[in-house]
Design a protein around this ligand. Structure first.
Ligand SMILES: [Zn+2]
Length: 477
């Protein structure tokens, strides 16, 4: 064989072949025929649930809980779904956040067209923010992908070594799916917006297909978010064309998010506790600038908290933002402070991580930093860091022996005897409970004692300010 010909053959093998529009239709129809066309599907099994954004350290995978029972029912025509899962903490206990409380946690997630809600006991709670993603999840299933590709007139497909990759756009989402040579959907991929990771890749692989009464369905499902698994399932039973009749409860008949609320409480001169949502921040006023402790959730929360701080202490820039740990619910608002010009003070293990993930594209939900890119500046903390200026002083300490997050830090203000901490103790007590949560209480108290901090008030990132004696009671009981 001549060198030229070998080169040409290599090129043919490597470069995927673009299919004509008519051929794309043929590929989808062949797959639909091979897998069995269904109106609805219901599958159940066991596996693992992984808590996105709750890793023990920025370089570890999302922490794993066991799923002892899983069931998902989807009706494609009415775009509705019901997902039920029971999570338990693995034994021996693991590190990282988002543990099932008190051993076991049952979740029921529902969707009917544009309405999303969760069932907690007998009550229905609207889950507005998740409706779009739950709809998308329907189109990421094997049969859902084929239906959506046909409905959205998928016209592009490339033939490669693993099969044919069919692509289409549904709303703001670009969706790719791989159909293998046996006409089975083996992989779907898309991107969804995430405050930390930007356009976060969502990849689902389907394998070990089996025949369930004429319908082919995978018995191994793995979904990854941001490169790490969020769900893996071994499917043991599949039922097709069962009726899924969901009536939307009145409580869930809303498609708008509740307005953001920021309340402020003065803890001492120049120190304010900014609450009103699920996560708090603490504002500290220095003579010529402001320091904010914690940028939770997302840009919307940061904007509201920044607006409130400008009312409380006008005409001073926010120079520093102190980040207690890298969990997404505590770091999702950081980019807004970078855009605001603040230097991020964080544990040394987080810097490289933030620098890397913040470079990802943010095209699905462009935030201020994406619209106006700026290189972030950091101060990193290893043992202790003090910020003393004009008679005002605060000290930052990493926690020793913490199992919630490897880089967890607390902030102590010696003059005012205030301690700001995240996730190790929240008030009212009982809002977070269980043996592992108790272990965090004990560890926090030990750290305070070990460092000989003269704490009077704990200002937690979750819950309300509380005297130290309450932690003492819980930790020594
Ligand atoms: Zn956390």
């Amino acid at each position: 064989m001549t060198r030229k010909l070998t080169g040409l053959l290599t090129l043919l093998l490597v470069v995927p072949l673009q299919l004509a529009a008519q051929d794309v239709k043929t590929v989808l129809q062949a797959a639909s025929k091979a897998m069995g066309d269904v109106r609805s599907i219901q599958y159940s099994g066991t596996g693992h649930f992984y808590a996105l954004g709750q890793a023990y350290s920025p370089t570890s995978a999302w922490p794993q809980n066991n799923i002892t029972s899983y069931m998902r029912a989807i009706d494609y025509g009415s775009r509705s779904s019901r997902e039920e899962l029971t999570q338990v903490e693995p034994t021996p206990p693991r590190v990282g956040g988002a543990l099932p409380f008190a051993g076991e946690q049952k979740q029921i997630n529902l969707l009917s067209d544009q309405y999303a809600w969760n069932q907690v006991g007998n009550a229905s709670q609207p889950a507005v923010a998740t409706a779009e993603e739950r709809q998308l999840q329907i189109w990421l299933t094997p049969h859902g992908f084929l239906k959506a590709a046909m409905e959205n007139n998928a016209t592009t497909a490339k033939k490669g070594s693993g099969g044919t990759v069919v692509s289409f756009t549904a709303g703001k989402f670009k969706i790719n799916g791989t159909i293998d040579n046996q006409n089975m959907v083996t992989r779907t991929a898309t991107w969804i917006p995430n405050p930390v990771l930007g356009d976060m890749p969502v990849e689902t692989t389907y394998s070990a297909y089996k025949d369930f009464n004429g319908v082919k369905f995978p018995t191994m499902i793995i979904q990854k978010h941001g490169g790490y698994p969020v769900l893996d399932l071994v499917v043991t039973s599949v039922q097709s064309n069962a009726t899924l009749n969901l009536s939307v409860p009145d409580a869930a008949r809303t498609t708008t998010l509740p307005p953001l609320k920021v309340t402020s409480q003065k803890l001492a001169d120049g120190i304010w506790f900014l609450a009103g949502g699920s996560h708090n921040s603490v504002l500290v006023e220095y003579p010529t600038y402001l320091v904010m402790i914690e940028a939770p959730l997302d840009e919307a929360r940061s904007m509201a908290v920044i607006a409130e701080s400008k009312k409380l202490a006008p005409n001073k820039p926010i120079k520093y933002l102190i980040n207690t740990h890298h969990h997404f619910d505590h770091s999702g608002g950081l980019r807004t402070y970078v855009a605001e010009g603040a230097t991020i003070i964080t544990h040394e293990m987080n810097k490289a991580y933030y620098e890397r993930v913040w470079q990802a594209p943010h095209t699905l939900e462009p935030d201020r930093l994406a619209q106006n890119p700026k290189k972030p500046t950091f101060i990193t903390v290893k043992d202790k860091y003090s910020l003393t200026d004009g008679g005002r002083s605060l000290e930052i300490y990493p926690l020793e022996g913490d199992t919630h997050n490897a880089g967890l830090m607390m902030v102590y203000m010696p003059k005012e005897k205030i301690l700001v901490e995240a996730d190790d103790f929240s008030w009212p007590a009982g809002t977070r409970s269980g043996p592992r949560y108790h272990a965090n209480n004990v560890n926090l108290y030990r750290n305070i004692q070990h460092l000989k901090l003269d704490v009077k008030t704990i200002a937690p990132i979750h819950g309300e300010p509380v005297p130290l004696s309450e932690l003492q009671k819980v930790a020594t009981s």
